[in-house]
Design a binder for this molecule. Structure first.
Ligand SMILES: Nc1ncnc2c1ncn2[C@@H]1O[C@H](COP(=O)(O)OP(=O)(O)OP(=O)(O)O)[C@@H](O)[C@H]1O
Length: 613
């Protein structure tokens, strides 16, 4: 998409044209559909309340006119019956009460509907984001879009009431204009002349501020990020030891000062022009006022009509001003809506085919890599290339290679977090892409080296391995026993219900190796056909690692497994070892075979063994 390639810099974000703004209004029906879906009863109630409110101003003005005319009449003549006058006053009083009640009811319904809308769209964003691919999350353009969509959920609540108020004001204006036309049509013309300059000014400055905010999205993300690393439990240790706070504060100051200066420049200019244009508007109003006064003196209209016309003119002027300036913010809101809906248009590229093959209950042959190559979308280098090998059913395969050799990428391809850029991966003779994605992910258990340390309870930290079994305490305890995490649970004050991490009250922090045992238990939560452990034991002490792998071999008998480790004491327990270099397969075979080959594996093995001698 051309828009995505545009560097998000304030100077390069063009201001939307009037045509673009009108075009953006076409997003409103879709927006209202979303509002309707949020809560149809509140939407209907809101419409009724606003319709009633729009008739109030003209009715008030008209009753006011009748009251004044009646007072003048009573003061000039000797009529004693004042009942008509008091009826009118009572009517105006009743109307004032109704107006106030309607206004409060509208505010209430607006805010309730707004809150519900906020929740509804936040959930939709979370659901949609969960469907998207890993590589989409690794794209900064995508993040900008996600960020803007998130901002929309709050901003759209305002848009909602703005659009509704706009409609209400338009109807009010029709009522008032009809009254004005009945007495003095040319006043409408004067009104328009008084309003247009202010509108043009508003519109210009709103556009500039939209462009400014939109252009600042990447920097705002950076600002949030700096704020987060500057003060969070996860980063505090490094920030202190490396004494980063000065560096972070400086970066924060630079960015925030730039925002402040940019915004200040615009706001100051806006205030200056706003004052001048408002002056033109006031001059128009007083010209009309003088004309009406002159007519009253001449006797061609009554004093009541004078107050009615002056009131109508004043109200129309502020209504028109509001409507016109609101038009700019509504249309800009509608342009933001485009960002919001565009986010929902991002479709995952990795999905279940229309007629998926069910994932095998027991893998028969295994996984076959046929000339598999993969390149990250933001990289020109191949992370994996020309991979040809078979992971047999029930086989334990270890991946060995230097940092960046492509081991993690290979297992991500197995779990279909990415699809190969070239070649294919077959499972029991069928392309991985033909299987049901959900079943595939259920059938494969993966623990990555950068597994998450959830700030949740001990049992929940294990249950995330198979969230459907969250309440199955027996299974959680069994899994913990398998990974040796159960010994740890026994020592915690609240056992399996112990909150982990320091973020929330009474949380207990674990050591790196202890966290790994907890994460490892996740792998045992499901009866996976293929288990992938990406350096899951790097933080374990030597004895614990030995025990973990002994158990792992026993517990996963008959199941396929892929292990990534830099420790050869672990690696040699595998049936076969695959040595990767620069993304390509260099050697494959059992520990003994590779030693006999005397190639890279043998070299690395002896290198490590020497270190222990
Ligand atoms: N998300 C990504 N986007 C772009 N390039 C990536 C991404 N992840 C990894 N790479 C690159 O792909 C190559 C292979 O990375 P990979 O993580 O698979 O290596 P690895 O063998 O698992 O390394 P390590 O032993 O350090 O964990 C590296 O050159 C790395 O820079």
């Amino acid at each position: 998409m051309a828009r995505e390639k545009r560097p998000a810099n304030q100077n390069t974000v063009p201001t939307p044209s009037l045509k673009e703004k009108f075009a953006a209004l076409s997003n409103l029906p879709r927006f209202f559909k979303l509002v309707w879906q949020t809560n149809r009863w509140y939407t209907i109630l809101n419409a009724i309340l606003r319709l009633l409110r729009s008739a109030i101003p003209v009715s008030m003005l008209y009753i006011g006119k009748l009251i004044i005319d009646e007072v003048v009449l009573l003061s000039k003549t000797a009529v004693a019956d004042q009942s008509h006058l008091w009826t009118l006053v009572a009517a105006e009083f009743a109307l004032a009460i109704v107006a106030d009640a309607l206004s409060r009811a509208t505010t209430l319904v607006d805010s309730l509907l707004g809150d519900l809308f906020n929740n509804h769209t936040s959930v939709k964003i979370m659901e949609h984001a969960a469907m998207l691919d890993l590589d989409q999350f690794e794209d900064s353009n995508f993040y900008d879009k996600l960020e803007r969509a998130r901002q929309q959920t709050v901003g759209r609540t305002i848009l909602l009431s703005q659009v509704l108020t706009q409609v209400q004001d338009l109807i009010t204006m029709v009522f008032l204009a009809a009254g004005l036309m009945a007495f003095n049509p040319w006043l409408i013309l004067l009104l328009i002349i008084a309003i247009v300059p202010a509108f043009v000014g508003e519109s210009y400055f709103n556009d500039r501020s939209y462009a400014l905010t939109r252009g600042q999205t990447p920097e705002r993300r950076e600002l949030d990020y700096i704020r987060y690393i500057g003060a969070s439990d996860e980063t505090a240790k490094e920030v202190k030891l490396f004494d980063l706070s000065g560096f972070l504060v400086n970066r924060f100051k630079t960015l925030s000062t730039k925002f402040y200066t940019d915004n200040k420049k615009l706001s100051t200019k806006r205030a200056g022009w706003g004052t001048f244009l408002a002056f033109i508007g006031s001059a128009g109003y007083y010209a009309a006022y003088m004309a009406i006064i002159a007519q009253t003196i001449k006797g061609s209209i009554s004093i009541g009509t004078l107050t009615f016309l002056a009131g109508s003119f004043r109200q129309l002027r502020s209504l028109l001003e509001n409507i016109l300036s609101r038009f700019t913010s509504v249309s800009q809101g509608a342009i933001y809506l485009r960002d919001f809906f565009e986010f929902f248009e991002i479709k995952p590229r990795i999905f279940t085919p229309k007629k998926p093959v069910p994932f095998p209950a027991t893998i028969q042959q295994g996984f076959v890599f046929e000339n598999v190559g993969f390149k990250y979308h933001n990289s020109t280098n191949w992370a994996n290339r020309h991979l040809n090998f078979t992971l047999h059913a029930g086989e334990k395969l270890a991946l060995v290679g230097e940092n960046g050799a492509g081991k993690t990428t290979l297992v991500k391809l197995l779990a279909r977090l990415y699809d190969p850029s070239e070649g294919r991966i077959l499972l029991d003779g069928i392309d991985l892409r033909d299987y049901d994605l959900f079943e595939l992910r259920k059938g494969i258990g993966v623990i990555f080296q950068d597994y998450l340390r959830y700030q949740m309870s001990f049992s929940q930290n294990i249950a995330v391995g198979n969230i459907d079994e969250m309440d199955n305490r027996a299974l959680i305890e069994q899994s913990a026993a398998k990974s040796l995490a159960s010994l740890l649970a026994a020592k915690l004050p609240n056992k399996y219900d112990q909150a982990l991490g320091r973020r929330f009250n009474n949380g207990v922090e674990l050591s790196g190796g202890e966290w790994q045992k907890v994460a490892l238990a996740r792998a045992y939560m499901k009866d996976a056909q293929l288990l992938i452990l990406d350096e899951p034991t790097s933080a374990l002490d030597a004895r614990a690692e030995y025990e973990v792998f002994q158990r792992f071999a026993e517990l996963t008998k008959g199941k396929s497994a892929v292990l990534i480790s830099h420790r050869f004491s672990t690696v040699r327990m595998a049936d076969r070892i695959l040595v990767l270099e620069k993304g390509q397969l260099l050697e494959i075979g059992s520990h003994e075979e590779l030693l006999a080959l005397n190639g890279r594996y043998a070299e690395l093995f002896h290198l490590q063994a020497k270190g222990y001698r």
